[in-house]
Ligand binder design. Structure first.
Ligand code: SF4
Length: 214
């Protein structure tokens, strides 16, 4: 599978349905970012958070994954409690050892990318995973999948059959490379308490413990 060059991300139009959707969003919201959204955070990260796709009024507006909407607020509160982010305010937070991205870099209609789009964008995710870990890595690295589709996207990008998604599970992918799962911090999940702050804290405790272990 090809690695996609991140310097070309901003002009990527490889998914016609998403490119059309972004064009229509820009007409309604000319002040929104409304282009592919790149990863952000530490260049020397040992933890890669993978969401699904930019939210309409979150990353699609701000240009940064998990900023500007309720999902981002919930996630950043947890990152701050765990010491991963310097503050719960995503606008001013410094990220320690962590990088945040989405499996699909463009806003999909109805927050739902299709299988072809997950596959099409997987070259960018694969590049980000390669930046996280190499076979010579001496200390543990972890990918935290936020939701079922992010978990599946990691498998697609690695061309690896993975166990099914399960909140709270930790899967060893390679020597010093792990995959952890949590439910996505979407408003739908947090309002119904499918994902509570305590549940996300527990997963982040697991992950930070793993990263400290090596
Ligand atoms: S979703 Fe990914 S592959 Fe598709 S157009 Fe956007 S950046 Fe390109």
């Amino acid at each position: 599978m090809a690695l996609h060059n991140p310097s070309r991300l901003d002009s990527c139009r490889a998914c016609p349905r998403l490119a059309r959707h972004l064009r229509s969003v820009r007409e309604v919201h000319p002040d929104y970012h409304a282009r592919p959204v790149a990863a952000w955070g530490s260049q020397r990260a040992r933890l890669l958070l993978v969401g699904l796709a930019p939210g309409m009024h979150g990353a699609n507006r701000t240009g940064r994954p998990f900023t500007g909407d309720a999902s981002g607020e919930f996630l950043f509160s947890a990152l701050a409690r765990s010491g991963i982010a310097s503050t719960a305010d995503a606008n001013t937070a410094r990220l320690k050892n962590v990088r945040i991205t989405n499996a699909v870099k463009c806003l999909p209609p109805g927050n739902r990318p299709n299988a072809g789009e997950l596959r099409q964008c997987s070259g960018y995710l694969r590049r980000e995973m390669n930046d996280l870990w190499s076979p010579t890595a001496r200390r543990p690295r972890c990918i935290l999948a936020l939701g079922v589709l992010a978990h599946q996207a990691v498998g697609i990008a690695r061309e690896q059959r993975l166990p099914d998604f399960r909140h709270g599970q930790l899967i060893q992918l390679e020597h010093n490379l792990w995959l952890a799962d949590t439910y996505h911090p979407s408003r739908q999940n947090t309002n119904t308490r499918r994902l509570t702050a305590a549940m996300l804290d527990d997963v982040l405790t697991l992950v930070t413990g793993l990263l400290r272990s090596g």
